[in-house]
Design a protein around this ligand. Structure first.
Ligand SMILES: [Zn+2]
Ligand SMILES: [Zn+2]
Length: 385
């Protein structure tokens, strides 16, 4: 049994893929985000690389951390060639949609790309419907949702369970759309587990966010602003710089790794089989940890860390060998826990000045290895079990 994982070279953005192999043959493929802030041509070599290795095989599990362009704009190209069996994404309501469209309008994209992206955002349900067999939306605590002035998105059946076996989806018995009013959920495929963590913003943060938007709607309803491009442009202009935190903290975190870490690492410890392509030197690494934690653009890491540890369990946290540093290393309060590798996906020529200097310093002063993924470098790793 093997697993192959890759952080693609996409500049300011994130495109992460994983493949589980049985007897050297791929049996399960997953992708976490696919996008870049630096224009679609930046994605083409990475998409090409993905296509060469995966032909037109479906993506068993596609996870979207959140809907910012730098994590999402490659999805149409990816799904044009590879059908998704299951798409998992965090709550995305009309307010989020409105803010996202305003952001796109204010961005430096070509008008053709703007139109294309806005079209997808406006018709996200239809787009997912067309390209996937199942969709699962993970939302925060139901109590907080009910307190909203804005209705829950109409999204099919709500499930209360937090454990899914892959067989459940493969059997065809699972409903096409599932809404999970849960902060976390586990999906397992044979010997591999995927654990999600998602938290709704606090009631105060949510109220502030909604208040800011309401104020800038200038008494218009959300649907009016949607349908009037000059109102939308005005809204976009007035919202500049006011929206980042809530959406980034809406990012869906994903831990994945083999289910029985201890049993597998016994095999590993007698003969270190971790082959790190990017370094080509496994003795330098000495890493025996087989789990990965992907964080999208989550910025609340320190505040939420106790909950995250509780959700994933201490033993999984101790098994994190590969940690994607949140928000492209832009979080200056970031502290490197004792992970084996900290991966930062950023753009050398990106306009966001990531990664943050103190983030780099914190990692440099920790026992963690720093892996920089950008326009010039990708980072691949294998887990052999
Ligand atoms: Zn973001
Ligand atoms: Zn981002």
């Amino acid at each position: 049994m093997e697993a192959f994982m890759k952080f693609h070279s996409v500049g300011q953005g994130l495109f992460y893929e994983g493949t589980l192999l049985q007897d050297k043959l791929p049996c399960f493929r997953f992708v976490y985000d696919c996008g870049t802030q630096q224009g679609k041509p930046m994605l083409l070599p990475a998409l090409n690389d993905y296509n060469i290795r995966n032909d037109d095989a479906p993506i068993d599990l596609l996870v979207l951390s959140h809907f910012h362009l730098d994590h999402f704009n490659g999805i149409p190209e990816l799904l044009a060639r590879h059908r998704a069996k299951l798409i998992v994404f965090p709550e995305f309501n009309d307010l989020d949609r409105l803010v996202l469209i305003a952001q796109i309008l204010k961005s430096h994209l070509s008008s053709q790309l703007k139109t294309e992206y806005i079209d997808i955002v406006l018709n996200l349900e239809a787009f997912f419907e067309e390209h996937s067999d199942h969709q699962m939306m993970i939302v925060g605590e139901p109590e907080e949702r009910l307190a909203d002035d804005f209705p829950m998105p109409e999204f099919g059946e709500t499930y209360r369970t937090d454990e899914f076996d892959w067989e459940f989806f493969a059997s065809g018995k699972a409903p096409r759309k599932i809404t999970l009013a849960k902060t976390f959920v586990t999906i397992s495929y044979a010997w591999w587990e995927f654990k999600f963590y998602h938290t709704a913003p606090t009631a105060t943060a949510r109220a502030n966010y909604q208040q800011t938007i309401q104020k800038n709607l200038n008494g218009n309803s959300v649907s009016t602003v949607f349908s009037d491009s000059s109102l939308l442009k005005k809204f976009a202009a007035s919202m500049k710089g006011k929206w980042i935190s809530k959406e980034n903290n809406n990012s869906l975190l994903l831990y994945h790794g083999p289910k029985r870490q201890s049993a597998y690492s016994v095999g590993c410890s007698t003969d270190c089989k971790c082959a790190f392509w990017a370094m080509g030197n496994c003795q330098r690494c000495g890493n025996m940890r087989t789990g990965s934690l992907l964080t999208g653009d989550f910025e609340n890491l320190l505040a939420d860390w106790p909950m995250i540890v509780q959700t994933f369990s201490q033993n999984r946290i101790d098994n994190i060998g590969f940690f994607q540093v949140p928000h492209h290393g832009g979080q200056d309060k970031f502290t490197a826990y004792n992970f084996a590798h900290c991966v930062i996906s950023y753009g050398v020529k990106g306009s966001y000045y990531h990664p943050n200097g103190s983030t780099l310093t914190n990692i440099a002063h920790s026992p963690t290895r720093l892996e920089l993924v950008n326009e010039y470098h990708d980072f691949c790793y294998w887990i052999l079990l």
